[in-house]
Design a protein around this ligand. Structure first.
Ligand code: DQQ
Length: 537
């Protein structure tokens, strides 16, 4: 007779995994995907999220819930929404938003039944901890008449002119992704207005990162504040004339990448000006949702998907990372700038500082660690490429390499002026809306990130505007398998899974041309979790 070993719980498995981030939000164990219901309520930040507490796979998702007073450390709250025994959300409580219905916290979400989702509503207690589903669910009983839709789910809801307006993400067969506009006086009875904007699935490419897909998931419409304090003062608060429509391009079950249109929301239509990539990591920063906090900032979280197999996720007992909170704003060049919220710096511990020096092909060590926040200031001559290696073994067998290249031919704005006016912003890079040339390129090379051949090693890249005098300011955040890179307001997010314990080294070197390091500072980052957390808080 054999004695069965007790099986480790999901939480034990998750806690033991070296790839599990320690200062990003993760679920207690099991599966996490999209951020949901983001908001600040009487000073407290609320983060709800797609959660499967029963396994590390996407199945019958619940709404997990956590709160924070500082945006970076979180307290688990009871699971907010559980799929019903029967009813319209029996197969999952999919993504949605939180609104303030005259003092009543109210969630609009997508109830899944079979292979379809329909809008559902739940109201919360004053502390947002207990939720009651509306007996009239679904509050929209079917797809709008007369449109052949590829899929239909996810919500963006706001108050305007004494009524509620709602966008539902969707796609029109044979045309492209769309955001369907509705309006209501009570959040429960909705009138279909029409598609706010519809994409063209015959343009753009998956490789170029600008294909808008056959369906738009997690549509998010907002007016970003201006990035520059001086612009804000000049324009007056709220006077920014640019609106942004964010969506995640989806096709037939495949999650591609987050994109956004800049343009103008004009009541029943969105007049697009330019299409842009929100994150050069593509699916590694997916299904973002944003909210305006009490200080007027636009704060975004996104889902960092895994780059390992379903089997590896199940073995690890957990899957999915929430991004750090990002503050987004409209840059002077007419596109969004992104940076980690300043609160992230409160997690910093010891600092290691590296003085200015010329860079050579010999790597300059920048310390070691797999839980780091890095600020690096470089100056690149035209044509130069600098490589920043992280999670590298001393012998270089494993290394994740970020390369920053400045094109031949001078500084961005001067080059743009010589070329004259340019057309609308391009998603693939090159120029942006005010004519600024994006003459820098960031590339992520994961071909040596892991000796495990089953993890994703596909490269990532995108353009950014090099600063005056060839200056390139980097912020690189490494949290075990989670990697978030910011260069001049552009973001590149990815996941890495080194196998060797000594894959912890950071260094910088010149690959070609002439470049110098102006400054580098690396901080240890403290854990935001103090131990195992209950699966059902
Ligand atoms: N994830 C949710 C959907 C959404 C997708 C389901 C995006 O509502 O469209 O977990 O990742």
């Amino acid at each position: 007779m054999s004695t069965r070993e007790p099986q480790p719980s999901l939480v034990d498995l998750a806690e033991a995994d070296r790839h599990r981030p320690r200062f990003h939000f993760v679920s207690p164990a099991g599966w996490l995907n999209d951020p949901n219901g983001l908001g600040q309520w009487h000073g407290t930040y609320h983060l709800f999220y797609q959660y499967n507490p029963t396994s590390a796979l996407h199945h019958r998702v619940h709404w997990g819930h956590a709160t924070s007073t500082d945006l970076v450390t979180w307290t688990d709250q009871p699971v907010a929404l559980v799929p019903g025994e029967d009813g319209p959300d029996r197969d999952g409580c999919w993504s949605g938003v939180l609104v303030d219905d005259d003092g009543t916290p109210t969630i609009l979400y997508s109830g899944r039944h079979g292979d379809r989702e329909l809008p559902c509503l739940a109201t919360g207690s004053a502390d947002l901890v207990t939720w009651v589903k509306d007996p009239r669910n679904p509050v929209i009983g079917g797809y709008p008449e007369g449109l052949e839709l590829t899929a239909y789910r996810d919500h963006c809801v706001w108050r305007e002119g004494g009524r509620w307006r709602q966008l539902v993400g969707s796609g029109i067969a044979g045309r492209g992704g769309t955001a369907l506009l509705y309006e209501s006086s009570d959040l429960r009875s909705w009138r279909f207005v029409g598609p706010l904007l519809t994409g063209d699935s015959t343009t753009g490419t998956v490789e170029g990162g600008d294909w808008t897909g056959t369906m738009w998931e997690c549509v998010d419409l907002f007016r970003p504040p201006l990035a520059e304090e001086s612009d804000r003062r000049a324009a007056g608060d709220g006077a920014n004339p640019v609106d942004v429509l964010v969506f995640s391009a989806w096709d037939d079950g495949v999650t591609h990448h987050p994109l956004y249109w800049t343009g103008r929301y004009r009541g029943d239509a969105f007049e697009p000006h330019g299409l842009h990539r929100l994150d050069y990591g593509g699916r590694y920063f997916y299904a973002p949702q944003s909210f305006r906090d009490s200080s007027g900032r636009r704060v975004v979280f996104g889902w960092l998907q895994e780059g390992r197999t379903d089997g590896a996720m199940v073995a690890a007992g957990w899957s999915g990372v929430m991004s750090l909170p990002r503050v987004v704003a409209l840059g002077a060049d007419g596109v969004l700038t992104q940076a980690p919220a300043p609160e992230v710096a409160s997690l910093r511990g010891d600092e290691e500082h590296h003085p200015a020096q010329a860079l050579t092909p010999t790597p300059l060590p920048l310390g070691e660690g797999d839980q780091r926040d890095l600020e690096v200031s470089l100056v690149l001559q035209p044509g130069a490429t600098v490589a920043l290696a992280l999670a590298a073994t001393p012998d270089g067998t494993e290394a994740t390499v970020l390369e920053f290249t400045r094109a031949h031919g001078g500084s961005g704005r001067a080059a743009a002026d010589q070329r004259g006016p340019v057309e609308n912003g391009t998603a693939a890079g090159g120029t942006v809306e005010d004519g600024t040339v994006e003459d820098g390129t960031v590339t992520l090379d994961r071909s040596r990130s892991s000796l495990d051949p089953s993890v994703d090693a596909t490269p990532r890249s995108g353009p950014f505007p090099v600063g005056d005098d060839g200056r390139v300011e980097l912020r690189v955040v490494v949290d075990h398998s989670a990697l978030e890179v910011f260069v001049h307001g552009r973001a590149l997010t990815a996941r890495i899974y080194p196998t060797r314990e000594d894959a912890r080294h950071l260094s910088v070197r010149v690959v070609s041309g002439t470049a110098r390091l102006d400054r580098a500072a690396a901080w240890t980052m403290r854990d935001i979790w103090s131990g195992p957390r209950p699966l059902y808080p």
